[in-house]
Design a protein around this ligand. Structure first.
Ligand code: BTN
Length: 249
């Protein structure tokens, strides 16, 4: 960690900074097993085996943000999956602070964040049973491209530095955790509907053709109140997909 770039976190969060790790999500899991409480923020300068969703690799050179935040939100277990959208809104808030207002920052279902039509951040949510408790802890892993973006990806990627002046990593982490804290508070107080509506307002490609990872092709027509993507088939039938990913056609 560079001395002049120490993140400032809201009350209730605690920084765990590392130079190099395999994956910050794995560090987070080990900390949960060791009894680390809600609010631990694991931050690494680089990852040697960063993971993405669906078993993909997340290439993690120094200069970008790699962090996993441990949360035990006070919501029913059935609602824990909503955190994916809460976290996506928080990432959008943080990234938007450093991009010119004319650059659109949008979502690709379920929780990719895109800037100017290219992926700028990814979120990998994992769960772990709390030792000696029936409750589940969430490991909210977030990667944001600040100074570099991978080239050979399924979907074109970008970074903050390709669009604006890059912030220091610790500064961006401060903005991210503050935004996440705010968004979680609103989610717990007001429920998922406001999150769903805001996510839809900034969704990329609504009304366009998509192909889902289960093979369904149709029109991306909405997000339901469980966070499933709604895809309208040519005969008008609507399918709700709860997990997987989509590709824009
Ligand atoms: C995706 O878009 O597929 C999700 C990418 C998530 C990457 C982050 S970087 C910090 C945390 N540690 C990991 O190994 N993955 C997540």
């Amino acid at each position: 960690m560079i001395q002049s770039d120490i993140p400032i976190l809201p009350p209730g969060y605690r920084l765990i900074a590392r130079d190099e790790v395999g994956s910050t999500n794995d560090e987070g899991r080990a900390l949960i097993a060791a009894g680390v409480a809600q609010g631990a923020v694991v931050w690494a300068e680089n990852q040697t085996s960063g993971r993405g969703r669906q078993g993909r690799e997340w290439v993690s050179p120094p200069g970008n943000l790699y962090s996993s935040i441990i949360l035990h939100p006070a919501v029913e277990p059935a609602r824990l999956s909503e955190i994916a959208f809460v976290a996506a809104l928080a990432v959008r808030d943080a990234v938007s602070e450093y991009l010119p207002p004319e650059v659109p920052v949008q979502f690709k279902w379920p929780n990719d964040v895109m800037a100017a039509g290219r992926k700028i951040a990814g979120i990998l949510i994992e769960t772990e049973r709390l030792p000696d408790e029936a409750r589940t802890a969430l490991i909210v892993g977030i990667g944001i491209n600040i100074v570099s973006a991978p080239k050979e990806t399924d979907y074109p990627a970008t970074s903050i530095s390709a669009l604006a002046r890059a912030p220091k990593v610790g500064r961006l982490l401060s903005a991210l955790v503050a935004a996440l804290d705010r968004r979680i508070d609103l989610w717990i107080r007001n429920g998922f509907e406001a999150i769903r509506r805001e996510w839809m307002r900034h969704a990329y490609g609504v009304g366009g053709q998509v192909k889902a990872s289960n093979g369904i092709t149709g029109i991306f027509s909405g997000l339901d109140d469980n966070g499933a993507i709604i895809i309208a088939l040519t005969d008008g039938e609507k399918r709700h997909l709860v997990s997987g990913s989509v590709r824009y056609l």
